[in-house]
Design a protein around this ligand. Structure first.
Ligand code: GTP
Ligand code: SPV
Ligand code: MN
Length: 616
């Protein structure tokens, strides 16, 4: 491509290592044109995308896009972590030797951009000036303009961010090719999609999707898989699928920061964006830092620090409404530049809708199309009950649009972490909150985190899909080493954060109702946890941690059935003892699991056995 140098000069791209990388891939992919993208190009890219029909208007400064129907979620089976070190193989990372897999995915990519534009997106996954900045730089190449629009919202994007790297070579090489979506054999034995992170070469090669974490390479591929690997290889930090929030007590002026992991679609965005319940709003303010990724490290003062490497939110639309998540609605209001993907769209009025937005779908179906683009009015009677929006439909908006975003959300120093919580969808056994002060027991709890994969009706009652620290789909190195790295990083702090396990999803075994109202009320459990860390309450020690005494929970303004409350504050010892065997089997899969973790498992098991004898 003769005028490549001119394009790069015009864009002001001066980093010669980046220029070489761009040249190599422009040749290899056979791109006809190269265009370097900065955040300031957003308005023009939006105009072009509207003109070409890739996106559609969805109100003032709001946009809608629809994916190919078989391309609406991450694909875990097609996701691979590759290195040249066989010892990097874990249980969940789908490890392959890079010599074997690189030629396969590159084979699909070669020449794929003939006649097309290759967009170059220089980005930073962290605020400028953070202690982890050298792990944050990346340059995504993509054939997809809508992906550029998403990246501009989700990451900090611009040539300035990578022109002056301390080490000009140190950027993640992130190559994305959408491919010919109708001809990729998604879900068949001839599936051509590959989502590969070559972690020891800091190279990401994703082929065959334009959706979410498959296509926005700064987010999951760099921000989680690559970052987790970098954090381990450097011994410097943890990269986790965690939300991060602050709770300010307006009476004392103190702010505490809580981060934590819930498996995908288990409530991180909702918790991170939460507001205090009305009755507690005078006293407490919740501030939003991040909803999906946190990088954690030990600061010079010996405290654990955390930051959100992202610059935006890619949130689940389903059930987002004024009651569940009012701040999310404000963050996608007219004028925010938000993008909606795979919800229902009205072509005449440009309105959008998703399940749970309002109790019922719009009554007048004129102009409404479902996420596949089909007219609702044309549905056969047997399709009447099908959702209008895809259950994994999403909204994309920048952090600055979130009304309760923390004042210091861009502070590169990050924030001191006071508590780390784990949680999942668990219909029984797990109480509202149980606190854990011991480091190994906290890490053990994270490793045995699980969420209901299916409902009890399918006969797997009590069987969880284990999802260590909510990182199962993003794990990039062996689980035993992952546990050790956690013990090392958090163990190096002088003021250790408190751990806790939370559960908003316990149900009544008879009628299935949620025992806890959830959403904004969840703050009450976190307030108790902060008080426990400060020594203001004592709780009640159980074999699996400290649970709140009923009178210690702030229940002001909350309607909850007495019996329900009692259930979610108590431990079902027999049910827990059944769980311990599953946990042992789960942990036995992991090579080189630290002895401290096994010791924690045995301590919990012995305490449960003893409790059972006492009460027998
Ligand atoms: P990813 O972006 O996939 O990582 O998901 P996430 O963990 O951010 O999940 P999100 O907050 O988007 O929530 C997923 C679903 O759980 C939504 O449909 C929410 O409405 C629902 N949900 C979240 N919090 C609660 C809660 O406290 N109680 C109940 N019953 N449902 C909840
Ligand atoms: C998740 O699946 O956990 C997400 C969405 O946050 S994606 O970016 O598609 O991975
Ligand atoms: Mn996520």
């Amino acid at each position: 491509m003769a005028d490549l140098d001119k394009s790069l000069d015009d864009a002001g791209l001066t980093n010669t290592s980046v220029r070489e990388y761009v040249r190599h891939w422009a040749d290899f992919l056979g791109a006809e044109r190269v265009e370097v993208v900065s955040a300031s190009d957003d308005a023009r890219l939006v105009e072009e995308s509207l003109a070409s029909g890739e996106i559609q208007p969805a109100g003032e400064g709001l946009y809608y896009s629809r994916s190919y129907a078989k391309d609406t979620a991450r694909s875990e089976e097609r996701t691979i972590v590759a290195t040249s070190r066989p010892q990097d193989e874990g249980v969940y990372n789908n490890w392959r030797h890079s010599d074997e897999i690189r030629p396969v995915v590159e084979g699909h990519m070669q020449g794929a951009l003939a006649g097309k534009t290759m967009y170059v997106i220089p980005y930073l996954m962290a605020p400028l000036g953070s202690p982890l900045e050298r792990f944050a730089a990346g340059v995504q190449l993509t054939d997809n303009r809508t992906v550029c629009l998403h990246m501009i919202r989700m990451a900090r994007v611009g040539v300035d961010l990578i022109n002056h790297l301390a080490d000009p070579e140190m950027f993640v090489r992130a190559v994305h090719v959408t491919g010919d979506l109708p001809n990729l054999g998604q879900g068949t034995p001839h599936d051509k999609r590959y989502f590969v992170t070559v972690a020891d070469e800091r190279t990401i090669l994703h082929f065959g999707s334009s959706y979410g974490g498959n296509a926005l390479l700064g987010k999951i591929a760099h921000g989680l898989r690559q970052a987790a690997y970098d954090g381990w290889a450097s011994r410097e930090f943890l990269g986790e699928q965690f939300m991060l929030l602050g709770i300010t007590d307006k009476e004392t002026g103190e702010t505490h920061h809580v981060c934590g992991g819930f498996p995908s679609a288990s409530g991180k965005t909702n918790l991170a964006m939460t507001l205090a319940p009305d009755a507690l709003g005078e006293r407490y303010h919740v501030s939003f830092y991040g909803d999906d990724i946190a990088w954690l490290w030990v600061g010079e003062d010996g405290c654990l620090y955390g930051l959100n490497p992202e610059n935006g939110v890619f949130g689940v639309a389903k059930d987002t409404n004024e009651k569940t998540n009012p701040t999310a609605l404000e963050a996608v209001a007219p004028g925010t530049g938000a993008l909606f993907t795979n919800i229902a769209y009205n072509e005449d009025t440009h309105e959008v809708w998703w399940e749970g937005r309002t109790p019922n779908p719009p009554e007048d179906v004129t102009g409404w199309r479902d996420w596949k683009g089909e007219l609702i009015a044309d549905r056969n009677p047997d399709e009447a009950g099908e959702p209008w929006a895809h259950p994994n439909s999403r909204f994309t908006t920048t952090l600055a649009n979130v009304p309760n975003v923390a004042e210091d959300f861009e502070d590169p120093k990050g924030v001191k972490i006071d508590a780390i919580i784990f949680g999942g969808r668990t219909r029984d056994r797990e109480p509202l909150v149980r606190a854990i002060t011991d480091l190994a027991e906290g890490v053990y709890d994270g490793l045995t985190l699980g969420a209901e994969a299916t409902f009890a009706a399918e006969g797997v009652e009590g069987k969880l899909r284990y999802d260590p620290m909510s990182m199962r789909p993003f794990m990039s190195y062996p689980e035993g080493a992952y546990a050790q790295h956690w013990l090392d990083i958090v163990g190096a702090t002088s003021d250790q954060p408190i751990f806790a396990h939370v559960n908003w999803f316990q149900r009544d075994p008879e009628d299935g109702h949620f025992l806890w109202p959830g959403y904004r009320e969840n703050l009450r459990a976190l307030l108790w946890l902060v008080q426990l860390k400060k020594g203001e309450v004592t709780g009640r020690q159980t074999p699996v941690g400290v649970v709140p005494l009923r009178e210690e929970l702030n229940l002001e303004g909350l309607q909850i059935d007495d019996g329900d409350l009692e259930t979610i504050l108590s431990i079902d010892v027999e049910r827990w003892r059944e769980e311990m065997d599953h946990r042992r089997e789960h942990l036995e899969q992991f090579a080189d699991l630290p002895e401290e973790i096994w010791a924690a498992h045995r301590r919990v098991a012995a305490a449960l056995d003893q409790e059972a004898t006492v009460t027998a």
